[in-house]
Design a protein around this ligand. Structure first.
Ligand SMILES: [Cu+2]
Length: 403
C-alpha cells in the first residue's frame, strides 16, 4: 500500500469511469437505463445520501457551482434522451415500414453530400451548445479569488487534516478521523444512517461566505470530494490544488476520499458543517480556547494512567488500521508492536519512528499529532498488550525534540 504510482492503470481506468459520472435524472426507467446505465451503479453505490439506497440522482446541490453541475447534467440527459428517441425512432420506423415481408427490396444507396453535411453540422451545434455552459462552469469553479476564509486540507493515510489559514478562524488546525465505531464496521449488525460518513471533527464553515479550500496530501494520492458542494479535487503530495464553495443554507454535508488506490480511502470521510455566521464565531472562540489549553498541557506532567488512557484513543484513531487492536499487526505487512524491540527498547528509538516514520515503508511520520498525543501513544504502546517497558513519555520531551 501507499506508493503514489503503484497502480497507475487502474487509477486511469477508474478516473475515466468517475469522470463520466452521470446520475439518472429521468423519471422514466427506460431513459435512465439507457442513458445512465454506465453511471447508475456508480451513484447508487456511493452511498452519498445514505438515507436512500435507491437514490439515482445526484445529491441536492448546495452551492452555485453544484447547482450548475446539477442543471447541466439534467439538461444533458434530456438532450441524450431526445437524440435517442430521434435516432431510434427513424431506425425502427425504417426497419418496420420497409421490411421484406411487405414487399420492399433492398435499395442501393450512394454517397449524399447533403446528408453528410447535415449529420455533421447538427452534432456540431449540439456539442457546442453543451460545451458552452460547461466551460463557463469550469471557469467559475477555478475562480478561487478573494475568499472570506481559506482552509488547507491535507490527506493522510487515513484521515484528513484541516488548517484554517486566513479569515475568521485563522490558526485553527485539527485532524478529522472516521468516527464510525469499529464494532459497527466489523459486524453485520444494522448500520447507522451515516455509516462510514461520520467524523470526530467536522470542518465547520459559515454559510454565505466564500471558502477557498487548498488541497494537498502528505503521503499518497487522496481526493477531497463533497458532492453537494460541487467539489472534487485530487490531493497530490507535493502539489497544491484549490477549489471553493459558498454554502447557501446551514446543514451537514458529507463526502469521502474519492481515491481508489490504497486500502483505506473508503474510511476517511469528509463532513462539512455549515452554520450561521454567529455560530461560526462561537465555534472559532471554542477552538481557540481549546488550543490555548493544549499549549499549557505541553509542560504538564501526566501520570502513566492518564497517558495510557489518552494513548489508547490516539492509537485507535491513527494506528489500529495497520498495527491492529491487539498490537500484533499483520504478519509480513505491518510490524507487530506487541513484543517489538522498538516498542520495548530505548524510548528515543520508539519516539523517532512515530514522529518521523520510516522511509520506504507504510509507517508514515506522525509529527502532525500534538505533543500530548505522541507522548500518550508511545507510552501506551510501551505498556500495552504484553509490553512492560514501565516508563512514560511526557509531552515536554516531544516538544523538546521539535526544536
Ligand atoms: Cu484517501
Amino acid at each position: 500500500m501507499g506508493s503514489v504510482t503503484h497502480c497507475g492503470i487502474l487509477e486511469l481506468l477508474a478516473r475515466t469511469v468517475i469522470s463520466n459520472q452521470v446520475g439518472g435524472n429521468m423519471s422514466s426507467k427506460a431513459a435512465a437505463s439507457i442513458v445512465g446505465m454506465m453511471a447508475i451503479a456508480l451513484y447508487s453505490g456511493m452511498g452519498m445520501a445514505a438515507a436512500d439506497p435507491y437514490q439515482l440522482n445526484l445529491p441536492e446541490p448546495q452551492t452555485i457551482i453544484a447547482r450548475q453541475i446539477y442543471d447541466q447534467h439534467t439538461m444533458l440527459l434530456w438532450i441524450c434522451l431526445a437524440i435517442f428517441i430521434g435516432v431510434f425512432g427513424v431506425m425502427f420506423y425504417s426497419v418496420l415500414k420497409h421490411r421484406k415481408s411487405v414487399g420492399y427490396k433492398a435499395a442501393n444507396f450512394h454517397h449524399s453530400t447533403t446528408v453528410e453535411i447535415i449529420w455533421t453540422i447538427i452534432p456540431f451545434f449540439i456539442l457546442v451548445g453543451m460545451a458552452f455552459p460547461a466551460t463557463k462552469t469550469i471557469i467559475a469553479m477555478k475562480d478561487t479569488s478573494s475568499p472570506d476564509i481559506t482552509i488547507k486540507t491535507t490527506g493522510y493515510q487515513w484521515k484528513w487534516g484541516y488548517d484554517y489559514l486566513t479569515g475568521e478562524g485563522e490558526g485553527i488546525s485539527f485532524l478529522s478521523n472516521l468516527a464510525t465505531p469499529r464494532a459497527q464496521i466489523e459486524n453485520a449488525s444494522p448500520k447507522e444512517e451515516n455509516y462510514l460518513l461520520e467524523v470526530d471533527n467536522p470542518v465547520v464553515v459559515p454559510v454565505g461566505k466564500k471558502v477557498r479550500i487548498i488541497i494537498t496530501a502528505n503521503d499518497v494520492l487522496h481526493a477531497w470530494w463533497v458532492p453537494a458542494l460541487g467539489v472534487k479535487q485530487d490531493a497530490i503530495p507535493g502539489y497544491i490544488r484549490d477549489a471553493w464553495f459558498t454554502i447557501d443554507k446551514p446543514g451537514t454535508y458529507r463526502g469521502q476520499c474519492a481515491e481508489l488506490c490504497g486500502k483505506d480511502h473508503g474510511f476517511m470521510p469528509i463532513v462539512v458543517e455549515a452554520v450561521e455566521p454567529e455560530k461560526y464565531t462561537q465555534w472559532v472562540a471554542e477552538q481557540k480556547s481549546k488550543s490555548a489549553a493544549a499549549v499549557v498541557d505541553v509542560s504538564k506532567e501526566f501520570t502513566m494512567d492518564e497517558l495510557k488512557a489518552e494513548g489508547e484513543k490516539v492509537y485507535a484513531a491513527n494506528c489500529v488500521a495497520c498495527h491492529q487492536a491487539n498490537g500484533k499487526g499483520i504478519p509480513g505487512t505491518f510490524a507487530a508492536l506487541d513484543g517489538s524491540k522498538v516498542a520495548t527498547g530505548p524510548k528515543a528509538g520508539h519516539i523517532d519512528i512515530v514522529m518521523n516514520g520510516k522511509t520506504g515503508t507504510a509507517m508514515a511520520a506522525f509529527k502532525h499529532l500534538s505533543d500530548v498525543q505522541i507522548a500518550a501513544v508511545v507510552t501506551y504502546e510501551r505498556n500495552a498488550w504484553g509490553n512492560t517497558a514501565g516508563d512514560v513519555v511526557q509531552p515536554s520531551e516531544i516538544n523538546e525534540l521539535r526544536k
